[in-house]
Design a protein around this ligand. Structure first.
Ligand code: HEC
Length: 267
């Protein structure tokens, strides 16, 4: 099974990289050292949790291409990787289900009640109860994205968050998209046809399955139909051109977005 093979691969990578677990980012009481100023209290919003927990503590391991179980908790990835995203270890549970802290795998991992693996942060003192209570509160409040201040009047940006064999590519907009504009015409996944090059006429359309993981900001999980990723070079494009452009909810087109990535093989 694809999932099991991926899990094994992740475990090996993590073992080799040896995820540094030296207690950095905690003060003498095991409390997170806030990067957002000494006296700033942790509050139940994602930016505060990011600055005081995820960035200083969790990204010691959970960052980059070899992040354990594919979970990246850096500033640009955390929301899309957590909210309504199925856990790798316990796929029946989401890492974070808005409104349901008890049913969120993240909380089980922080409290040490998860059925699989260790308590987080792995190999370090558990987070103080008060810290976990604040993260619970953020989830109970519906797990909103970090508020980014007043809305900017610029075309919406799309960012790729991750791609790895057998799993979904996450694309996050910086606000709410009009999801009815996400169609097979505007979101296109092709592969090179085996030669690793594009625009030479032998590209193959890949049927893509698009899940909207969250609406505001809009996070899309895009996977090959039935998760069948043939080894090849891939290109994902999201179009802002023409009548069928992807638009935000105010009707403004998003920026053109394109990313290329390789799956398997030696391309
Ligand atoms: C020392 C490295 C390290 C640190 C620091 C660390 N983790 Fe992990 N994390 C891992 C490893 C390795 C796994 C997979 C094995 C396991 O669960 O024990 C994992 C698994 C997880 C999972 C399960 C994800 C899934 O999809 O099943 C969650 C959630 C998680 N970590 C959250 C966190 C959070 C939140 C922090 C910070 C408070 C953190 N981790 C800190 C190494 C780490």
């Amino acid at each position: 099974m694809i999932r099991e093979r991926r899990l094994a691969a992740c475990a090996v990578v993590c073992f080799m990289v040896g995820c540094a677990g030296n207690g950095e980012g905690l003060d003498e009481n095991g409390r997170p050292v806030g990067s957002g100023g000494d006296d700033e209290p942790l509050t139940a919003n994602l930016q505060s949790i990011q600055d005081q927990v995820f960035t200083p503590i969790c990204t010691q391991c959970h960052t980059g291409a070899s992040a354990p179980v594919g979970l990246r908790l850096d500033q640009d990835s955390a929301f899309a990787m957590l909210v309504n995203a199925p856990s790798t270890e316990q796929p029946a549970l989401n890492r974070v289900t808005p409104g349901d802290p008890d049913g969120s795998y993240l909380i089980q991992k922080l409290e040490g009640t998860a059925a699989v693996g260790g308590q987080m942060p792995l190999g370090q003192p558990a987070l103080p109860e008060a810290t976990i209570a604040v993260i619970r509160q953020w989830i109970a409040n519906g797990a909103p994205a970090a508020s980014s201040g007043p809305p900017a009047v610029v075309p919406m940006q799309l960012h790729a968050i991750s791609s790895s064999a057998g799993s979904a590519i996450l694309v996050q907009a910086d606000g709410e998209l009009n999801v009815s504009t996400l169609t097979v015409d505007t979101v296109r996944l092709i592969r090179s046809g085996g030669d690793g090059t594009f625009d030479d006429g032998n590209e193959i359309n890949v049927a893509a399955h698009i899940d909207v993981r969250s609406l505001d900001p809009t996070v899309l999980a895009i996977r090959a139909e039935q998760n069948l990723w043939v080894a090849d070079a891939y290109r994902l494009t999201i179009s802002s051109q023409g009548a069928s452009a992807v638009r935000d909810r105010d009707g403004l087109p998003v920026n053109d977005f394109a990313m290329q990535f390789n799956i398997g093989g030696s391309l």
